[in-house]
Ligand binder design. Sequence first.
Ligand code: FAD
Length: 427
Amino acid sequence: MKDGISTLAKAPSWYQTTATDFPELPPLDGDMSCDVVILGGGFTGLTTALELTARGYSCVVLEGDRVGNGASGRNGGQICSGYNPEMGTLVRWFGHDMAMSLWEMAEEAKGIVRDNVERYAIDCDLRWGYLLAGVKARHDRALREHEEELHAYGATGVRYLDKLEIGSWVESERYTSGMYDPTAGQIHPLNYCLGLARAALAAGVRIYEQTEVTRVETGASPAAVTDRGTVRGKYMVLGGNALFRQVPQMASRIMPVGTYIVSTTPMAAERAEKLIRDRMAVADINFVLNYYRLSPDNRMLFGGRVSYSGMDAPGLRQAMRRTMLHYFPQLDDLEIEHCWGGYVDISMNRLPHLGRLGPNTFFAQGFSGHGVALTGLAGRLMAEAIAGTAERFDVFARIPHRPFPGGPLRTPTLVLAMLWYRLRDML
Ligand SMILES: Cc1cc2nc3c(=O)[nH]c(=O)nc-3n(C[C@H](O)[C@H](O)[C@H](O)COP(=O)(O)OP(=O)(O)OC[C@H]3O[C@@H](n4cnc5c(N)ncnc54)[C@H](O)[C@@H]3O)c2cc1C
């Protein structure tokens, strides 16, 4: 799995063509020790390292590939509000108080992205403003209810949009309703990730690339073991996400689901501005959703489709183009320049999975499509827990996460279940 069944999970992305300079970092060479050894050079690992160095801990980050080559540098860049499950569901599962505490932390998560970009002067095209779009009567009702619910939780800026209004924001005939959220937004995810890494290096974090952790020791004095040496810490943080399969207790509780993005050739600026007013990030609310936005150089970055088997469907590039043209037939003259994918870390209940593997080993995974914002929160909560205040970390750690059913058959089972949801969307 680490090498990827999906070739598109390694395919060059538009983000890489517009990445800010970042040096190639050396692999680990020999044994060393530090306060906290961190596995993973994505948002989770790097934000944890930054939160910890700010509290005076020395950190070593071990990255099996290059910084930002996992989901963090390849995603849709959408900074979403809340969680994958809606607030009503969280209240039903956990009661009002815990749901409210989860809501407040998700709001904080977006602020962490904003603060990191400002504090570390990260050049990553951060923009605020977000649209959810519905395509059928059921979605219209859901969006109205969603607006009511969010107002009740204090998100008074969100606003339901009828067909006419969503049509004035997005130049597509397909949408029947929408919701505007001024507090969600978008970033160039790879440049955000590289900016976090640059800030971490400047703060004294030692980052080693091309250093795969082959085994972890989770006792009182935890260690990450690699072919090139062992790093022992007083604490360890595992932020390996969808492709970290070494710990069965973690791997069984998330499913690496392939998802894809295409970028088009550029269009004229006036045309882009007419296509999506204020260059808002947009997502529809189908179960298998489409998410898209404009690049600063006026390309459409259109994401969607999923592969529950982890393998790329044949003709994916053309299929993605067809989906984009279904919503925007006027883009027919544009070519697809890049098509890439990655693995999104889905948990069974679609909530982040945070926990401990031993007294001093912490992990965070399973962000279920909301990781751009929620990883920074997870980094902060793990740093708080290491520094001795685990209350907020434990709000998440208390959430039960069941393993995906089916053992070796879990992929076919999931494929069938998801096919059912896709059929439901189509109908
Ligand atoms: C195509 C796509 C679109 C997405 N769109 C969005 C979106 O629009 N909004 C949103 O909020 N979320 C989105 N997501 C999800 C989001 O990108 C992730 O939740 C988030 O990036 C997870 O960050 P992470 O640091 O935990 O994982 P990653 O960024 O995957 O980092 C984990 C790192 O650990 C390394 N690693 C793994 N195993 C080992 C090992 N054994 N030894 C050493 N290193 C190891 C990997 O190489 C990797 O670099 C999307 C994901 C994908 C793939």
